[in-house]
Design a protein around this ligand. Sequence first.
Ligand code: ACO
Length: 311
Amino acid sequence: DLVDLEAQFEATIARSDRIEPRDWMPDAYRKTLVRQVAQHAHSEIIGMQPEGAWITRAPSLRRKAILLAKVQDEAGHGLYLYSAAETLGVSRQELTELLVEGRQKYSSIFNYPTLSYADVGTIGWLVDGAAICNQVPLCRTSYGPYGRAMIRICKEESFHQRQGYELLSTMMRGTDEQRAMVQESVDRFWWPALMMFGPPDADSPNTAQSMAWGVKRNTNDDLRQRFVDMSVPQAEALGVTFPDPALRWNAERGHHDFGEPDWDEFVQVVRGNGPCNTQRLAHRRRAHEDGAWVREAATAFADRRRPAGAE
Ligand code: ACO
C-alpha cells in the first residue's frame, strides 16, 4: 500500500540509490524532475542559437568544423534530456509546446547576444565551464535516467570547455586587438555566467526539497563558489581579468571572495525581458513550425511500416 511505497522510496533515497521509471515516486518528486529536466533540455536546444549564429562566419575551416560539432552536440544533449523527461510520463512534443509558448524556462545565459568570435571561446570556457561545475554532481542525481544522461553530456561538455579555452589562448597570443576582443567578451559574460547557478540559496525556493530528494547534490551558492575558485587560476593563465573589484583570495575561508551579481537583472532575464529572449523564442517557434512536415512525414512512414493489426 501507499505507506509501504513511500517508505521504500525514502529508503532508496536514504541509501543514495537510484529511482527508476517504473518505481513508485511521490507526485511532487516527479513534478520537480519534469521541471528541472525539461528546463535543462530546453537550455541545450536554445543554447544552440548564440553560437550557431557564428557558424557561417567562422574564421577558418578548422574553427568551423569545431563549432559545427559543438553545436550539434548541444542538440544531442537536448535529445537525451527530452528522452529522460519522457520516462516521467511527459512527451517531447508537449514540452516543446510549453517552451515555445513561454510557459517553461530555459537558462538565463542564452538570452545574451554573441557580438564577436571571441564569444564562441568565452562561451566554451566560462558557460560550458559553469555547466560542467553544475552537471558533474548531477551524474549522481537520484533519478536514474537523468543521472545516466549527465555522464555522457559531461564528457562532451569537457571537450567544449577545452575548445573554448584553446580558442581564447590562441587569440591571446595574437594581436593587441585580439587580446582586447577576448577581454571585452570575458567582461560581458562573467556576471551572466555566475547567474547560471541560480538565485542565492536564501532566495532559492526549490533547493532544500531538491537536496532532500537527492535531485540536486549541491546548493546554488556552493557550486557558484566552486566555479569562481576554478576559474580564477584559468583566467590568470590566459592573461585576462574578471570585472569584479571584490574578487580576491580569502586564506581564512580557503576560497575566493567575490561580488554580488545583479540579481535584478537576473530576475528580468528569467521573466523574459533579457536582451535576446524574444528573438530566441521566436527563432525556436519558427524552427518548430517549419519542421512540422518532417514530423508528419516520419509519423506517416512509421504507420505504413507497422504490420496490420499491431499497436
Ligand atoms: N536561468 C533561468 N531560470 C533559472 C536559473 C537560470 N540560470 N536559475 C534558476 N532559475 C529558476 C528556476 O528554474 C526556478 O524556477 P521554477 O521554480 O519556475 O522552475 C527559479 O529560478 C528558482 O530557482 P531555484 O529554486 O534555485 O531552482 P532549482 O532548484 O531548479 O535550481 C538550477 C536551478 C541550479 C539551474 C537547477 O535547476 C539545475 O541544476 N538544473 C540543471 C542544469 C541546467 O538546467 N543547466 C542549463 C544550462 S547549462 C547548458 O545548457 C550548457
